[in-house]
Design a protein around this ligand. Structure first.
Ligand code: PMV
Length: 310
Protein backbone atom coordinates (compact mmCIF):
# COMPACT_ATOMS: atom_id res chain seq x y z
CA UNK A 1 0.00 0.00 0.00
CA UNK A 2 1.31 3.47 -0.86
CA UNK A 3 2.19 5.53 2.23
CA UNK A 4 -0.44 8.09 3.18
CA UNK A 5 0.56 11.70 2.44
CA UNK A 6 1.41 13.65 5.62
CA UNK A 7 -1.50 15.81 6.85
CA UNK A 8 -1.52 19.43 5.78
CA UNK A 9 -0.58 21.62 8.73
CA UNK A 10 -0.79 25.31 9.58
CA UNK A 11 -0.08 27.34 12.72
CA UNK A 12 -1.64 30.50 14.12
CA UNK A 13 0.11 32.35 16.98
CA UNK A 14 -1.59 33.65 20.11
CA UNK A 15 -0.97 37.26 21.09
CA UNK A 16 -0.60 39.61 23.99
CA UNK A 17 -1.64 43.24 23.91
CA UNK A 18 1.12 45.23 25.62
CA UNK A 19 -0.79 48.51 25.45
CA UNK A 20 -4.12 49.76 24.15
CA UNK A 21 -6.80 47.05 24.40
CA UNK A 22 -10.38 48.35 24.24
CA UNK A 23 -9.39 51.86 23.09
CA UNK A 24 -8.22 50.12 19.88
CA UNK A 25 -11.90 49.31 19.21
CA UNK A 26 -12.54 53.09 19.13
CA UNK A 27 -9.80 53.86 16.59
CA UNK A 28 -6.78 54.41 18.85
CA UNK A 29 -3.43 52.62 18.45
CA UNK A 30 -2.52 49.42 20.30
CA UNK A 31 0.81 47.66 20.74
CA UNK A 32 0.65 43.86 20.46
CA UNK A 33 3.07 40.98 20.00
CA UNK A 34 2.89 37.28 19.08
CA UNK A 35 3.28 34.38 21.48
CA UNK A 36 5.21 31.27 20.52
CA UNK A 37 2.16 29.33 21.77
CA UNK A 38 -0.85 29.06 19.49
CA UNK A 39 -3.16 26.75 17.56
CA UNK A 40 -2.18 24.15 14.94
CA UNK A 41 -4.75 23.07 12.34
CA UNK A 42 -4.25 19.74 10.57
CA UNK A 43 -6.17 18.50 7.55
CA UNK A 44 -6.57 15.15 5.83
CA UNK A 45 -8.35 14.60 2.48
CA UNK A 46 -12.10 14.02 2.91
CA UNK A 47 -15.32 14.00 0.87
CA UNK A 48 -16.28 17.50 2.01
CA UNK A 49 -14.91 20.43 3.97
CA UNK A 50 -15.51 19.69 7.65
CA UNK A 51 -14.17 20.47 11.13
CA UNK A 52 -13.72 18.02 14.00
CA UNK A 53 -15.05 19.96 16.99
CA UNK A 54 -12.85 19.76 20.11
CA UNK A 55 -14.69 17.78 22.82
CA UNK A 56 -13.74 20.32 25.52
CA UNK A 57 -16.01 23.04 24.09
CA UNK A 58 -19.43 23.89 25.50
CA UNK A 59 -22.59 24.12 23.36
CA UNK A 60 -22.26 27.84 22.67
CA UNK A 61 -18.58 27.53 21.73
CA UNK A 62 -19.34 24.59 19.42
CA UNK A 63 -22.05 26.55 17.61
CA UNK A 64 -19.80 29.59 17.27
CA UNK A 65 -16.84 27.58 15.97
CA UNK A 66 -19.06 25.71 13.49
CA UNK A 67 -20.40 29.01 12.11
CA UNK A 68 -16.93 30.60 11.97
CA UNK A 69 -15.43 27.61 10.16
CA UNK A 70 -18.33 27.59 7.67
CA UNK A 71 -17.55 31.22 6.77
CA UNK A 72 -13.86 30.45 6.17
CA UNK A 73 -14.76 27.32 4.18
CA UNK A 74 -17.14 29.32 1.99
CA UNK A 75 -14.64 32.05 1.08
CA UNK A 76 -11.91 29.49 0.28
CA UNK A 77 -14.16 27.40 -2.00
CA UNK A 78 -14.89 24.54 0.43
CA UNK A 79 -11.75 22.42 -0.20
CA UNK A 80 -12.53 18.74 0.64
CA UNK A 81 -10.66 18.39 3.91
CA UNK A 82 -11.26 17.10 7.43
CA UNK A 83 -9.72 19.62 9.82
CA UNK A 84 -8.70 19.02 13.43
CA UNK A 85 -7.28 21.51 15.92
CA UNK A 86 -4.59 21.36 18.55
CA UNK A 87 -3.92 24.26 20.96
CA UNK A 88 -0.96 24.80 23.29
CA UNK A 89 -2.43 28.14 24.38
CA UNK A 90 -4.81 28.72 27.31
CA UNK A 91 -8.23 29.41 25.78
CA UNK A 92 -10.57 32.37 26.32
CA UNK A 93 -8.36 34.27 28.81
CA UNK A 94 -7.18 37.16 26.61
CA UNK A 95 -4.36 35.51 24.69
CA UNK A 96 -6.00 35.63 21.27
CA UNK A 97 -6.98 31.96 21.03
CA UNK A 98 -9.85 32.65 18.63
CA UNK A 99 -7.56 34.68 16.34
CA UNK A 100 -4.87 31.95 16.52
CA UNK A 101 -7.48 29.37 15.59
CA UNK A 102 -8.82 31.59 12.78
CA UNK A 103 -5.36 32.15 11.33
CA UNK A 104 -4.43 28.44 11.55
CA UNK A 105 -7.69 27.36 9.82
CA UNK A 106 -7.41 30.11 7.20
CA UNK A 107 -3.84 29.18 6.26
CA UNK A 108 -4.78 25.51 6.09
CA UNK A 109 -7.90 26.03 3.95
CA UNK A 110 -6.05 28.37 1.58
CA UNK A 111 -3.26 25.81 1.16
CA UNK A 112 -5.80 23.02 0.57
CA UNK A 113 -7.56 25.18 -2.02
CA UNK A 114 -4.24 25.62 -3.88
CA UNK A 115 -4.00 29.31 -2.99
CA UNK A 116 -0.92 30.92 -1.45
CA UNK A 117 -1.54 31.70 2.25
CA UNK A 118 -0.08 35.20 1.94
CA UNK A 119 -0.46 37.59 4.88
CA UNK A 120 -3.17 39.52 3.03
CA UNK A 121 -5.21 36.46 2.02
CA UNK A 122 -4.84 34.82 5.44
CA UNK A 123 -5.97 38.01 7.17
CA UNK A 124 -8.99 38.28 4.83
CA UNK A 125 -10.21 34.75 5.64
CA UNK A 126 -9.34 34.98 9.36
CA UNK A 127 -11.31 38.21 9.58
CA UNK A 128 -14.44 36.32 8.45
CA UNK A 129 -14.00 33.93 11.38
CA UNK A 130 -13.13 36.63 13.92
CA UNK A 131 -16.35 38.50 13.17
CA UNK A 132 -18.28 35.35 14.03
CA UNK A 133 -16.41 35.03 17.35
CA UNK A 134 -16.43 38.66 18.42
CA UNK A 135 -19.05 40.62 16.47
CA UNK A 136 -17.13 43.84 15.82
CA UNK A 137 -13.49 43.14 16.71
CA UNK A 138 -10.82 45.79 16.17
CA UNK A 139 -8.72 43.35 14.14
CA UNK A 140 -5.63 43.66 16.37
CA UNK A 141 -5.69 39.98 17.38
CA UNK A 142 -5.66 38.35 13.95
CA UNK A 143 -3.34 41.01 12.49
CA UNK A 144 -0.72 40.26 15.19
CA UNK A 145 -1.20 36.53 14.68
CA UNK A 146 -0.73 36.83 10.89
CA UNK A 147 2.31 39.12 11.15
CA UNK A 148 3.96 37.12 13.97
CA UNK A 149 5.87 40.31 14.86
CA UNK A 150 5.41 43.14 17.33
CA UNK A 151 2.99 45.63 15.75
CA UNK A 152 1.52 49.03 16.44
CA UNK A 153 -2.01 48.49 15.17
CA UNK A 154 -4.65 51.07 14.39
CA UNK A 155 -8.07 50.91 12.86
CA UNK A 156 -9.22 54.24 11.54
CA UNK A 157 -12.81 54.99 12.64
CA UNK A 158 -15.33 53.97 10.01
CA UNK A 159 -13.06 51.31 8.48
CA UNK A 160 -13.53 47.58 9.05
CA UNK A 161 -9.93 46.45 9.50
CA UNK A 162 -6.83 48.48 10.27
CA UNK A 163 -3.11 48.17 9.67
CA UNK A 164 -0.24 47.00 11.83
CA UNK A 165 3.16 48.69 11.60
CA UNK A 166 5.89 46.19 12.46
CA UNK A 167 8.24 47.44 15.20
CA UNK A 168 11.82 46.36 15.87
CA UNK A 169 13.24 46.35 19.40
CA UNK A 170 17.03 46.50 19.85
CA UNK A 171 16.77 44.56 23.15
CA UNK A 172 15.05 41.26 24.02
CA UNK A 173 11.46 42.08 25.00
CA UNK A 174 10.06 39.32 27.20
CA UNK A 175 6.90 39.01 29.23
CA UNK A 176 5.63 36.68 31.90
CA UNK A 177 2.01 35.70 31.25
CA UNK A 178 0.14 34.69 34.42
CA UNK A 179 -3.46 33.50 34.61
CA UNK A 180 -5.83 35.00 37.15
CA UNK A 181 -8.90 32.79 36.86
CA UNK A 182 -11.79 32.55 34.44
CA UNK A 183 -13.43 35.54 32.81
CA UNK A 184 -16.50 36.55 30.85
CA UNK A 185 -16.36 36.40 27.03
CA UNK A 186 -14.72 39.36 25.24
CA UNK A 187 -18.03 40.18 23.50
CA UNK A 188 -19.76 40.74 26.88
CA UNK A 189 -16.96 42.92 28.35
CA UNK A 190 -16.65 45.00 25.15
CA UNK A 191 -20.48 45.36 25.02
CA UNK A 192 -20.78 46.52 28.66
CA UNK A 193 -18.04 49.11 28.09
CA UNK A 194 -19.81 50.29 24.93
CA UNK A 195 -22.94 50.95 27.02
CA UNK A 196 -20.99 52.97 29.61
CA UNK A 197 -19.25 55.04 26.94
CA UNK A 198 -22.56 55.70 25.16
CA UNK A 199 -23.94 57.07 28.45
CA UNK A 200 -20.95 59.22 29.35
CA UNK A 201 -19.16 59.67 26.00
CA UNK A 202 -16.91 62.62 26.82
CA UNK A 203 -15.35 61.06 29.90
CA UNK A 204 -14.84 57.67 28.26
CA UNK A 205 -13.46 59.13 25.05
CA UNK A 206 -10.94 61.14 27.09
CA UNK A 207 -9.70 57.92 28.66
CA UNK A 208 -9.55 56.07 25.30
CA UNK A 209 -7.55 58.92 23.81
CA UNK A 210 -5.11 58.90 26.72
CA UNK A 211 -4.62 55.12 26.39
CA UNK A 212 -3.90 55.63 22.68
CA UNK A 213 -1.24 58.21 23.56
CA UNK A 214 0.32 55.86 26.10
CA UNK A 215 0.40 53.13 23.41
CA UNK A 216 2.17 55.44 20.95
CA UNK A 217 4.68 56.44 23.65
CA UNK A 218 5.21 52.74 24.43
CA UNK A 219 5.91 52.06 20.74
CA UNK A 220 8.59 54.78 20.74
CA UNK A 221 10.10 53.27 23.89
CA UNK A 222 10.23 49.84 22.19
CA UNK A 223 12.05 51.24 19.16
CA UNK A 224 14.54 53.01 21.45
CA UNK A 225 15.05 49.84 23.53
CA UNK A 226 13.90 51.78 26.62
CA UNK A 227 12.21 48.95 28.52
CA UNK A 228 11.85 51.01 31.72
CA UNK A 229 9.74 53.53 29.77
CA UNK A 230 7.69 50.72 28.24
CA UNK A 231 7.10 49.24 31.71
CA UNK A 232 5.96 52.59 33.04
CA UNK A 233 3.53 52.94 30.10
CA UNK A 234 2.13 49.50 30.97
CA UNK A 235 1.57 50.51 34.61
CA UNK A 236 -0.20 53.72 33.58
CA UNK A 237 -2.29 51.76 31.07
CA UNK A 238 -3.36 49.39 33.86
CA UNK A 239 -4.57 52.37 35.89
CA UNK A 240 -6.57 53.67 32.94
CA UNK A 241 -8.10 50.22 32.30
CA UNK A 242 -9.14 50.11 35.95
CA UNK A 243 -10.69 53.57 35.53
CA UNK A 244 -12.71 52.17 32.61
CA UNK A 245 -14.04 49.44 34.91
CA UNK A 246 -12.10 46.63 33.24
CA UNK A 247 -10.04 45.35 36.18
CA UNK A 248 -11.05 43.30 39.22
CA UNK A 249 -9.51 41.95 42.46
CA UNK A 250 -8.02 38.78 40.87
CA UNK A 251 -6.40 40.85 38.10
CA UNK A 252 -5.13 43.57 40.46
CA UNK A 253 -3.70 40.99 42.83
CA UNK A 254 -1.74 39.37 39.99
CA UNK A 255 -0.55 42.75 38.70
CA UNK A 256 0.89 43.58 42.15
CA UNK A 257 2.40 40.11 42.46
CA UNK A 258 4.27 40.55 39.18
CA UNK A 259 5.44 44.01 40.19
CA UNK A 260 6.60 42.56 43.50
CA UNK A 261 8.67 40.02 41.59
CA UNK A 262 10.51 42.80 39.77
CA UNK A 263 8.38 43.46 36.68
CA UNK A 264 9.26 46.77 34.99
CA UNK A 265 5.54 47.06 34.32
CA UNK A 266 2.47 44.84 34.70
CA UNK A 267 -1.11 44.97 33.48
CA UNK A 268 -4.07 42.92 32.41
CA UNK A 269 -4.01 41.89 28.75
CA UNK A 270 -6.96 41.36 26.41
CA UNK A 271 -10.51 42.13 27.38
CA UNK A 272 -9.98 41.85 31.15
CA UNK A 273 -13.05 41.97 33.40
CA UNK A 274 -13.50 39.45 36.18
CA UNK A 275 -10.31 37.48 35.45
CA UNK A 276 -8.02 36.36 32.64
CA UNK A 277 -4.38 36.93 31.75
CA UNK A 278 -1.94 39.41 33.27
CA UNK A 279 1.45 40.28 31.74
CA UNK A 280 4.63 41.50 33.40
CA UNK A 281 7.62 42.91 31.52
CA UNK A 282 10.82 41.31 32.82
CA UNK A 283 14.51 41.60 31.92
CA UNK A 284 14.90 38.05 33.28
CA UNK A 285 11.58 36.19 33.26
CA UNK A 286 12.79 32.72 34.37
CA UNK A 287 13.07 33.40 38.16
CA UNK A 288 9.59 34.99 38.24
CA UNK A 289 8.07 32.01 36.36
CA UNK A 290 9.76 29.62 38.81
CA UNK A 291 8.44 31.53 41.87
CA UNK A 292 4.89 31.84 40.51
CA UNK A 293 4.81 28.18 39.48
CA UNK A 294 5.92 27.18 42.99
CA UNK A 295 2.97 29.20 44.32
CA UNK A 296 0.58 27.28 42.04
CA UNK A 297 0.04 30.10 39.50
CA UNK A 298 -0.41 28.99 35.86
CA UNK A 299 2.19 31.00 33.97
CA UNK A 300 4.81 31.00 31.23
CA UNK A 301 7.21 33.43 29.60
CA UNK A 302 7.47 34.49 25.99
CA UNK A 303 9.86 36.70 24.06
CA UNK A 304 7.83 39.05 21.87
CA UNK A 305 10.61 40.91 20.04
CA UNK A 306 14.31 41.74 19.98
CA UNK A 307 17.47 39.70 19.47
CA UNK A 308 17.28 36.06 20.57
CA UNK A 309 19.90 34.34 22.70
CA UNK A 310 20.70 31.39 20.37
O1 PMV B 1 -9.39 39.16 25.27
P1 PMV B 1 -9.17 39.02 23.81
O2 PMV B 1 -8.01 38.14 23.43
O3 PMV B 1 -10.43 38.61 23.08
O4 PMV B 1 -8.74 40.48 23.25
C1 PMV B 1 -9.69 41.49 23.11
C2 PMV B 1 -9.07 42.81 22.74
C3 PMV B 1 -10.09 43.98 22.77
O5 PMV B 1 -9.35 45.17 22.49
C4 PMV B 1 -10.74 44.11 24.12
C5 PMV B 1 -11.19 43.80 21.73
C6 PMV B 1 -10.75 44.06 20.27
O6 PMV B 1 -11.54 43.70 19.38
O7 PMV B 1 -9.68 44.61 20.04
Amino acid sequence: MAPRPPPLEAFGAGKVILLGEHSVVYGHPALAGPLSQGVTARGVPAKRCQLVLPSTLNRHQRAQLTAAFARAAKVTGEPPLKVSLDADLPLAVGLGSSAALSVACSRLLLKAAGKAPTAKETARVAWEMEQEFHGTPSGVDHTTSVEERLVLYRRKPGTAVGKGRVLACPKPLSVVVALAGERSPTKATVGALRERQARWPERYQRLFKEIGRVASEGAKAVEAGDLAALGDAMNVNQGLLAALGLSSPPLEEMVYRLRGLGALGAKLTGAGGDGGAVIGLFLEPAPAVAKLTALGVRCFSSQLAGPRAS
